[in-house]
Ligand binder design. Structure first.
Ligand SMILES: [Zn+2]
Length: 209
């Protein structure tokens, strides 16, 4: 494909065509949104127990995951979680999304109706909707390693502009993601992009210094 020909509509069309049926029909599970407030140096997730109930996971397990990801301490306080560091909403939502993708969503059918079961030393994700069963793939935190298939909102990455969209935005690729970069319209340049929004395998961001 001639990269000059890349444009949003074609890319979106292609992205759309490759989506699983459940996504197309709008049945895709909506990951619950966390409500975050920062108070001085602490961070409160106001609806923590509620979002955990929506994904049917134990709040203490989800909290343990978040604390490990952020390298901080924290506790559950009533329906809230209190983290002893200042962490933004985008970061928390991003990690919460990763938790859901790893420990909740069935990779076969995309539904969240799953349960975690332990078989020997292996943690398995069993889907009640389609019957699929797979070991949980826990990604090791690798801040410096290739973020190819794991990009999250609010984070900044270095990319090469491979094409220019019809609306003048730069287009880059990172693993399975097509990244639309506002403010980068020169092909071949290497820029830092901050991701504002991820929608399926499309990511939207802008150039940062
Ligand atoms: Zn399934």
């Amino acid at each position: 494909m001639d990269e000059e020909e890349l444009n949003y509509d074609d890319l979106l069309e292609t992205a759309y065509a490759s989506l699983p049926e459940t996504v197309k029909s709008g049945e895709r599970f909506e990951i619950p949104q966390v409500e975050v407030i920062n108070e001085g140096k602490i961070t409160i997730i106001r609806n923590f127990v509620e979002v955990c109930e929506k994904i049917r996971r134990e709040p203490k397990d989800v909290l343990k995951y978040l604390l490990r990801e952020f390298g901080t301490a924290g506790d559950i306080d009533g329906r809230r979680a209190v983290l002893k560091s200042k962490i933004g909403h985008t970061q928390i939502q991003g990690r919460f999304n990763s938790y859901v993708e790893t420990y909740v969503i069935c990779s076969e059918c995309g539904r969240p109706d799953t349960e975690l079961i332990r078989e020997g030393r292996v943690l398995m994700l069993k889907c009640e909707a389609c019957g699929a069963k797979r070991p949980v793939m826990v990604r090791k935190s690798q801040p410096k390693a290739q973020p190819k298939d794991l990009i999250s909102e609010g984070n900044t990455y270095e990319v090469t502009i491979e094409g220019v969209g019809r609306r003048g935005d730069g287009i880059a690729k990172m693993g399975k993601f097509v990244v639309y970069v506002k403010g980068a319209s020169k092909k071949g340049t290497r820029v830092k992009v901050r991701i504002d929004k991820i929608n399926g395998t499309n990511a939207f961001g802008r150039v940062v210094p």
